[in-house]
Design a protein around this ligand. Sequence first.
Ligand SMILES: Nc1ncnc2c1ncn2[C@@H]1O[C@H](COP(=O)(O)OP(=O)(O)OP(=O)(O)O)[C@@H](O)[C@H]1O
Length: 282
Amino acid sequence: MIESRPGAIRNGEGQMEPVIALTEVTAELGGRPVLRGIDLTVAPGEAVALLGANGSGKSTAVRTAIGQVPATGGERTLFGTPVRRFRDWRRVGYVPQRSTAAGGVPATVREVVSAGRLARRGLRPLGRADRAAVDRALGLVGMAERAGDSVNALSGGQHQRVLIARALATEPELLIMDEPLAGVDLASQRVLAGTLRALLREGTAVLLVLHELGPLEPLIDRAVVLAHGRVERTIDQPGRAAKGDAGAAAEGCPAGLPESHPCHPADESEPSAEAELQTGIL
Ligand SMILES: Nc1ncnc2c1ncn2[C@@H]1O[C@H](COP(=O)(O)OP(=O)(O)OP(=O)(O)O)[C@@H](O)[C@H]1O
């Protein structure tokens, strides 16, 4: 999957270029140090979870990675370009933590999701490809039936789905979601897992801030645990660690899989991604 992925970037030695690379990154908020030297990489097609206690710096790490929080030290790149020079934002989909879809402005679900195409089409009217991407994103999160409704009439979990759909409509190569499972029921979490599995198979890189892995556990290639603004530890393939190598091999992941070849086995305890996508219930 990774080797044949279109648009994959390689450095001079033919190595896969990470889509996110943070090296010894430090950051402050309100004059206080929040990130105290973070190293984090996410490769194309890889799913990385940021874990840690409240206030450990997960959201700040993500926001620093995409330039929303200035770094006070260290190196940050997106797709191999220093973040301060990066402009290709259509390659990045970001679902922030606990935000609302329209901030009280009257807008329909479709309008909010269509905003995800802005980075691609600028101010030009929606074309056929744009409309198809919006429809696909609405279907993936099970909100197609609500496309014409005002976002102000949605529940918290439905808001979350619309924000995810807006990010998916961008058709990003890197999808970042900050606590996508918060306030989302278990059935919807499983559908989100199916959606992510499909994106990972297509080569999308995924960075998630999570408090627990839940149904996403089999998809995660690496969990990075933060504590007090530092990386406390890194767990490769936490789903396999929980089950043991034999368990992973039984699911189709060769034991000792190198990080550059992440594996996203189908979890037979859950409906397949395709089945989930057909149900469209998130
Ligand atoms: N705007 C701000 N001004 C000052 N300090 C802030 C600001 N935002 C966050 N902080 C502080 O930065 C630290 C890290 O916050 P951050 O939101 O990154 O943590 P988190 O790991 O994502 O937490 P949670 O699990 O609660 O979402 C916390 O101590 C928080 O109080």
